[in-house]
Write a protein that binds this ligand. Sequence first.
Ligand SMILES: Nc1ncnc2c1ncn2[C@@H]1O[C@H](COP(=O)(O)OP(=O)(O)OP(=O)(O)O)[C@@H](O)[C@H]1O
Ligand SMILES: [Mg+2]
Length: 155
Amino acid sequence: MVEAVFISRNEEETRRLACQLARLLPDPAVVALVGTLGAGKTRFVQGLAEGCGCDPSGVTSPTFVLIQEYVGSRPLYHFDAYRLKHVMEFIDLGAEEYFTRPGICAIEWADRVHEYLPDARVDVAIELMSADRRTIRIVARHPRFVECVESLHAL
Ligand SMILES: Nc1ncnc2c1ncn2[C@@H]1O[C@H](COP(=O)(O)OP(=O)(O)OP(=O)(O)O)[C@@H](O)[C@H]1O
Ligand SMILES: [Mg+2]
């Protein structure tokens, strides 16, 4: 297990870090995001979208849909477990089937569905230190992702 820790001072830094991660991640990749309301999980996914060649402005917290698919040079699947009424909905959606597809799966509120996530994944924990200061901890949970996390450079 390898981890890299960054301090983000604004949303642009969060996006840039995520963009960098998306470009380094092997295919397929699952990115599990945790952090309180407004921590910056969706901003991070916008950066992943940019790194996948998808339009980042289309990335929002989906209010009604639990999974959003973005088309780019590499597909990005965006899950938001916050709105799940029951964790089984995640399985009923066929979420597990997405994890092996080429591209990146990003899951907001991953702690709510952690028992259904693959062991081979990258964990991203965003912690609010102050209004404009976040700690972003990126952990390679599997040897496949070690090189990628080690290659991330400072903001
Ligand atoms: N360093 C930072 N990184 C990311 N967002 C930041 C940062 N500093 C301030 N912000 C602000 O914090 C907010 C983060 O919102 P975002 O929707 O990404 O959070 P979230 O974790 O997805 O919330 P939710 O749990 O509601 O889905 C934005 O308004 C953004 O402008
Ligand atoms: Mg969000």
